[in-house]
Write a protein that binds this ligand. Structure first.
Ligand code: FEO
Ligand code: CA
Ligand code: CA
Length: 681
């Protein structure tokens, strides 16, 4: 290694490497370029929409409650910005809130990154804020109730160890680096602190008479970390795939990791997604000797450079069980004697009841195992199955849908969670003609049989990607967040970019995809459980010279790239957040976009305006409002991450938001309108 002070990896943001080597087709390998696709790319998007959505198109959608004929978007668009500050439109105010390290539980340890211990971190807000929801304090409905008091629940995706430890000062560490090893080991409490900065925070908040929000001390506040005991439920529970020394019966595991986006169930619980978890584990055998579930997901091997996990937690000098589990090498006589299966406990959607601090989070295995970006639910209908969608954010991976076997009954409350344990997991195939098919991943159907190499539904789920390869799913440009239009049930997904794409297809029309796009579909017959759908491209992101929205290039008030976060508010505004990677942002032809930002679209009027620009080095991710739409919460993740290793060693920081002169800290921002109006309106 050229940098001896750094143990691990410079793998940037820890995104998973390309591991889809399936032969699934890129559609225009078949030399039929579809006319409809040409229409989308060359300006006929409106016509395409009308065709794809059967003439009803978007103009025919029922308007939602808050859009009774009025304009949805009322603010003035912002220009791009590369300043180290948050910019919002005239008439709006943004304030930072609950940054990493805010005292939350237990003895409320004050934030001091030079002195705080691993145990302190377990009582403080975690780092790298991401997906988030505001649960009104009544605890009955995720979108109805108080707009002045509730539980703000947010994910903490990963950490930057250089900002966390006194020992890092002066060392040459980039955003992925960890402080130098000591005798080949990592000090155990550094590892514990990093593990405890991951996971989820449940924060009880209230708006005071002065209009300012603050944390309410008390029993609701909770930290869930990379070490919190969790139940495994669904078809994988109790199978050989998840037996470990910690849980020989295969029913439990510890912690959730790399929690990117989230989901909100109709029964008022929070789902946290495990995204780029694979790199947190290493099997110290040759790459080719890993199990198939390890190799298809990119669990590290003895051939990885360096041969250690992302943060090297398996090297903790205490040798304690809580750390050695990150090495998944088979060492004992059977799985109950080692941690060969530990990584199989990750890659799931995890359900959390935010109103019960004593509840055990549940890994819902029926929803599949992959680099879950998040999950988004269709509106629940009494007596009908529950339907949700989830993207696998890695290069050339897939989009999935789950349909429960049982039906939703509002009166069952939290017991509806069991609906997520039994049902059909589907993967999407996007045909070039604008139609699509949901392909079931069900053991015994199609190629998913014993002769096809699968032994059970648990096997199909642990190896979800392999199963999706076999049924012929469409390889996508890194699926990130999804959102369901509250007015018509149409589903939107961001496809952030794909530098490795060499062959384009209808649903992923640029090779390589440097700027990303947003796709949308309508389920056949407007039935969320349908197995067929119609799709089109909502928007091709990029500069004015290479983008398309409503038949025109994006203008200066609209241009963006790398769409990631996506959320429909109650009135039907579509909020779009960007995540240009740290190695590209503010450089070359990415410089014209400035810092990462958030835009607001109205899919009915085809308006699109830039609403917010964040500080230097960060991504904007996570957005929710109070039920009245008058307070918005947005997360700013990894401000200042563009500081190079050399700059860090010299004590020079490229970004210091939210406090001048200190390390950048991920934080939430609270946005209000000075006239008290609805955000965006
Ligand atoms: Fe964690 Fe795919 O963004
Ligand atoms: Ca994301
Ligand atoms: Ca991203």
């Amino acid at each position: 290694m050229s940098n001896p002070s750094k143990l691990i990896i410079d793998n940037g943001n820890g995104d998973e490497p390309l591991s889809n080597h399936s032969g699934n087709r890129h559609f225009n390998a078949v030399l039929q370029v579809n006319l409809r696709r040409r229409q989308m790319l060359k300006g006929g998007l409106g016509a395409s929409i009308a065709a794809l959505f059967g003439g009803a198109g978007l103009a025919g959608c029922a308007s939602t409650a808050g859009n009774a004929g009025g304009r949805l978007i009322g603010f003035g668009a912002l220009p791009v910005s590369s300043a180290d500050t948050v910019v919002v439109p005239k008439g709006y105010t943004a304030r930072s809130f609950i940054p990493w390290g805010t005292p939350l539980t237990g003895n409320l340890p004050a934030f001091d990154p030079m002195k705080n211990s691993g145990a302190d971190q377990a009582n403080q807000v975690g780092s790298h804020h991401d997906g988030m929801h505001f649960f009104p304090i009544e605890g009955r409905d995720p979108y109805r109730g108080s707009s002045t008091e509730g539980l703000l629940v947010l994910n903490h995706e990963y950490v930057e160890p250089r900002y966390m430890h006194a020992r890092a000062v002066g060392q040459k560490l980039d955003r992925g680096g960890v402080p130098a090893l000591v005798n080949g080991r990592r000090p155990a409490d550094e590892c514990r602190k990093e593990i405890n900065a991951h996971g989820v925070s449940v924060v009880h908040i209230r708006r005071g008479g002065n209009g300012q929000w603050s944390v309410v001390p008390g029993r609701f506040n909770r930290r869930i970390t990379g070490a919190t005991p969790m139940d495994i439920s669904g078809p994988v529970r109790g199978t050989d795939f998840v037996r470990t020394r910690y849980s020989p019966e295969g029913a439990r595991t510890r912690g959730t990791l790399n929690n990117c986006a989230h989901g909100v169930t109709p029964w008022n619980t929070y789902m946290t997604a495990e995204e780029n978890w694979a790199g947190y584990f290493i099997n110290k055998v040759a790459a080719g000797a890993r199990t198939r579930e390890q190799s298809r997901y990119g669990v590290r091997s003895a051939d990885s450079k360096p041969a250690a996990s992302r943060y090297g937690w398996e090297l903790a000098d205490s040798g304690a069980d809580e750390f050695v589990r990150f090495e998944v090498t088979a060492k004992g006589a059977n799985p109950a004697q080692d941690y060969r299966n530990e990584a199989n406990g990750f890659g799931w959607m995890v359900e959390i009841d935010p109103f019960n601090p004593d509840s055990t989070p549940v890994k819902r295995t029926a929803l599949g195992r992959f680099a879950h970006e998040g999950v988004v639910f269709q509106a629940a209908v009494e007596g009908r199955p529950v339907v949700c969608y989830s993207g696998d954010d890695a290069i050339n991976e897939y989009i999935y849908k789950f349909v429960s076997r049982g039906v939703y009954r509002k009166a069952r409350g939290l017991a509806n969670g069991a609906l997520l344990d039994e049902g059909t997991l589907y993967v999407a195939r996007f045909n070039d003609d604008g139609t699509g098919v949901w392909l079931p991943l069900a053991f015994g159907q199609g190629p998913l049989t014993s002769s096809g190499g699968f032994s059970s539904q648990a096997d199909v789920l642990v190896n979800t990607r392999l199963a999706a390869d076999r049924v012929g799913a469409t390889r996508m440009d890194r699926p990130e967040w999804g959102a369901v239009d509250p007015g018509n049930g149409q589903v939107y997904f961001t496809l952030t970019n794909n530098s490795s794409r060499t062959v384009d297809d209808g649903a992923n029309p640029r090779a390589p995809s440097r700027w990303g796009h947003i796709i949308r579909w309508a389920e056949a017959g407007n039935d969320p459980t349908a197995t067929r759908f119609d799709w089109n491209i909502f928007l091709l992101a990029g500069p004015e010279t290479d983008s398309r929205f409503a038949g025109k290039p994006l203008n200066k008030d609209q241009m963006f790239n790398s769409p990631d976060g996506l959320w429909f508010d109650r009135d039907g505004r579509l909020w779009i957040q960007t995540d240009i990677g740290e190695s590209a942002m503010n450089r070359g032809d990415y410089a014209q976009f400035g810092n990462n930002q958030m835009l607001c679209a109205d899919p009915r009027s085809n308006e699109l305006r830039r609403f917010l620009v964040g500080p230097v080095g960060q991504e904007i991710t996570g957005v929710i409002t109070t039920p009245d739409g008058r307070t918005m919460f947005v997360n700013v993740q990894h401000p200042g991450a563009t500081t190079t290793a050399e700059e860090f060693a010299a004590g020079k920081l490229t970004g210091t938001w939210p406090e001048a002169g200190r390390y950048g800290r991920s934080a939430t921002i609270i946005i209000t309108r000075d006239d008290g109006g609805v955000i965006g309106g």
